[in-house]
Design a protein around this ligand. Structure first.
Ligand code: IPD
Length: 263
């Protein structure tokens, strides 16, 4: 039996340490170490160092667990738990000196793919503001001792966030979806860190969020927060959140976003 609260507590402790390291490295100056899927898709030395720290801390605390990280790949474990980690979500913000970035750590059980796993715990920590969004399955989503709840739809329209993939070939489709969603939006945000977009939906700071092309580590922790805050997270019609589509919101805004995107 997995103790989801225990997994969350461990994730919180490690996320705080990792976030402080990211912030320190940012203050010292950032070096782009490589590009990945596209020229715009960068990795910094700090991404790699922070992921190595998280991986080492998890290995010390729970040596048998699996790991799936943005920078260092996947490793199957001998327990049912896999840690899904984005060391610095919002890397482009980070590289440009925009403080909106986060460490995202989730613990999942079952097959370690978003179509199959069960999210047990999720933490999104943004070191510049010091805000830590944390949750465990069945125990709610929390920020600074306050239980989070998604917003309810209002007549003013929804404050909706989205993101655009790094591959320029996908931008026409991204913009087409923005056009379809705008009639139900009071305004649109593109802040640059998917884990925080989801955490903000959980906190009621955004009414909804959608994005195509996410990786598992972008949404694993944030999606759990939304569900624990009473919201809904899904993907393409009938599917789970993932690369094809991720939609997150309270139930009414979710239905409206889904209808607008898949009209
Ligand atoms: C990216 C951010 C961004 C989203 C991209 C992600 P990264 O993650 O979350 O908001 O639009 O799809 O890949 O590369 O900064 O870890």
């Amino acid at each position: 039996m997995v103790d989801a609260d225990e997994l969350r507590d461990l994730a919180e402790e490690i996320a705080r340490e990792a976030g402080e390291l990211a912030r320190r490295r940012r203050d010292e100056g950032v070096r782009i170490a490589d590009t990945k899927s596209a020229l715009a898709d960068i990795v910094t030395d700090a991404d790699r160092e922070v992921e190595a720290l998280i991986r080492a801390r998890l290995r010390d605390a729970r040596p048998g667990d699996g790991f799936l990280g943005e920078e260092s790949g996947a490793e199957r474990g001998s327990t049912d738990v896999t840690w899904v980690v984005d060391p610095i979500d919002g890397t482009v913000n980070y590289a440009y000196g925009i403080p909106h970035y986060a460490v995202s750590i989730a613990a999942v059980t079952g097959e370690p793919g978003p179509e199959h796993w069960r999210a047990e715990a999720g933490v999104v920590f943004t070191p510049v503001t010091g805000e830590l969004f944390g949750g465990a399955r069945g125990s709610g989503a929390w920020l600074a001792g306050r239980r989070l709840a998604v917003s309810e739809a209002t007549d003013a329209g929804a404050l909706v966030a989205t993101g655009f993939g790094y591959d320029p070939a996908t931008h026409a489709g991204d913009l087409e979806r923005v056009r379809a969603v705008m009639p139900l939006a009071r305004d649109l945000r593109r802040a640059g860190a998917a884990s925080l977009d989801l955490a903000y939906v959980a906190a009621g700071r955004l009414d909804g969020y959608f994005e195509r092309g996410l990786h598992p580590w972008d949404h694993a922790a944030g999606a759990l927060l939304v569900v624990e805050a009473g919201g809904r997270v899904g993907g393409a019609p009938g599917g789970r959140p993932g690369a094809l589509m991720t939609i997150a919101a309270g139930p009414d805004v979710y239905a409206a976003l889904d209808a607008a995107i898949y009209h």
